[in-house]
Design a protein around this ligand. Sequence first.
Ligand SMILES: *Cc1c(COP(=O)(O)O)cnc(C)c1O
Length: 219
Amino acid sequence: MSAVDGLNDVRNRIEAAARQAGRPEGDVELIAVSKTFEAEAIRPVLEAGQRVFGENRVQEAHGKWPGLKQDYPDTELHLIGPLQSNKTKEAVALFDAIQTVDREKIARAIAAEMKKQGRTIRLYVEVNTGMEEQKAGIAPDDCADFLRLCREELGLSIEGLMCIPPFDENPGPHFALLRKLAEENGIEKLSMGMSGDFETAIGFGATSVRVGSAIFGAR
Ligand SMILES: *Cc1c(COP(=O)(O)O)cnc(C)c1O
């Protein structure tokens, strides 16, 4: 299957899942995750009209996206992988959204860098819903305090919450937990669901799904 066939298939599946969940058309945004794929593999997907993309490494994105963005200026680029503080400057300059605000140090660095560059980008807090030791993200119990710090002390506007459920678990309870945390904290957007579980995530209220391999093929 070509990436464009994959894209069309994923779009249809998103619409079907939204309809089944009783949600209006266009309620769920597709973030096409293009990590590990070269610019030439991404172009046909841009040509087919997709404009929102996710990358997980600042360096890799920097290598291919400035050129692509020049050709497709209305493209929106989301960072969905961990951010090292020494890459904050580059990330704030390149990305339109950072979905992986996962600790105080990085929140402070992003706030300072946005001010310095006079640039506002959209921010999501990553929540470690499975409390996995090796995984980034704020613990669910710390989420309210962390959001308060971001909003009140750092003056950051947090658009949404993001999670990556444990690989080997039923994702439903994790999506439900993320939704509950969003509701408790007055947050509207939920970034959850990947190739294997985006339809489930839509049932639990995902407002954006991050889909890579179902579009571009195996990595
Ligand atoms: C790679 C990645 C995805 C996409 O995964 P697929 O299973 O290929 O759809 C989504 N979210 C994050 C954070 C990722 O790193």
